[in-house]
Design a binder for this molecule. Sequence first.
Ligand SMILES: Cc1cc2nc3c(=O)[nH]c(=O)nc-3n(C[C@H](O)[C@H](O)[C@H](O)COP(=O)(O)OP(=O)(O)OC[C@H]3O[C@@H](n4cnc5c(N)ncnc54)[C@H](O)[C@@H]3O)c2cc1C
Length: 433
Amino acid sequence: MQASMDAATIAIVGAGVFGLSTAFHLRRMYLDVKLVLIDRTRGDDTSRGAAASDLNKIIRADYPDPVHMKMALDAQDSWRADPVFKSYYHEFGMLFTEDMGIGRASFDNYQVLGVETWSEILNKEEAVTRFPSGWAEADGAVASFFAATCNAGVTFIKANAEKLVLDSDGNWTGVMISEEGGQTREFLADRTILCVGAYTDKFLANTSPGRSELQVNGRLIAAAAVQCKATYPPEEEEKLSKAPVHFLGMWHTHGETIPPFNSRLKFNCEVSFTNMTQHDGLGENISIPPSAETQSTWSQNVPEGLKEELANVVRNTHGSYVPGIKIESYRMCWDAASPNQDFIIDYHPKCKNLVIASAGSFHSWKFLPNIGEYVVKRVFNTLEEDLVRKWAWNRENTGSACEMYDPSRDMKAIGPFKGWPKTQSPEGLTEPS
Ligand SMILES: Cc1cc2nc3c(=O)[nH]c(=O)nc-3n(C[C@H](O)[C@H](O)[C@H](O)COP(=O)(O)OP(=O)(O)OC[C@H]3O[C@@H](n4cnc5c(N)ncnc54)[C@H](O)[C@@H]3O)c2cc1C
């Protein structure tokens, strides 16, 4: 191990949604800052386990929380117009079929914010014939943003960050990285922004297991949702080309489907789960994404019960309307989720010069163009006071951005799928065919 000579002013660890966007805006807003972006995978690697990487992701502004709605509307402007993003964005609309009140609350927010919207509350008959959000080619857009960020002068280092390097007072001074070939060294910086998503908890535990005040302690948790890619008969292309994103949040189904890209449909099941694992240093269980790479990338290495849950989503979204859909591969996509699905963007109160930007909580991808602006403002103490409080490390976690994404079970407890508890089943309704 050697100490690095090339110390940076700011090091960003993790080049997913938070890290990449922060690096880009930091470079744009503070030209003279010496900046490095560190990740074990490149932003243009399409086989990486980052939650940022995917076939496609949903871009919507429909939020019960006006702050998220406003941020998403701003992000959507970039998705429509910014040359880095616009060719990856497809605005075909989104259909919410749900009985949780998200549609009504979002609709009311559009009125409160005075935003002209095409959104409508439709009854079942109207929904069959009408759809007015959109979706983005995820890997393409991230690769394009990664290229723009490197071209803007951000130095990228492909390395695994092992842990933070702390001084004798327990404050941040650098990060221990191992580069390809296994060489390990300390990378020194004045400040670091930790953007490692689902690995936040493990990373802090690895850094200093003996210091409980440094640990995440329930402020966020690593959780996954399962998704699949599926093929369909070529003759169904025409029908699918007109399809919106379809979110189905009913008692019988908790999932969504995104229109085809590269001749593949994608389905998510929204019922997320943890992977509680004994951390030897801490001597307690924390949720850590599984170590097998195939359990965070596209593969067949997914519990059978999750495969059955996805078959339920496929059946109840397209069903007999699109015959011949065949699931090709699966993926457990790991994210960090906070108790109220608000992000964490804050200085760590017990570790000077360390900023945490995480807790994407299954809904932050759409903010790729603009989330970094907020992180940079927090770093330089120019973030609006209400947002500082909203995204604080220590906070009350009131309200909920997307309650249904809250993890409700552990991976090891997932058995055969026997249907969801029917407590919310409205009288007289049967499962769709
Ligand atoms: C199934 C699923 C579907 C989703 N769909 C949507 C959607 O449709 N729309 C939407 O808006 N949001 C969606 N999201 C949410 C969104 O993808 C995440 O919230 C977002 O990607 C989180 O960003 P991040 O930067 O925190 O983490 P990530 O994107 O996971 O990035 C973290 C980065 O840190 C790196 N890293 C981790 N540990 C280390 C280490 N020790 N050393 C070096 N590098 C490290 C990783 O390689 C990775 O690149 C979805 C999430 C999931 C799981």
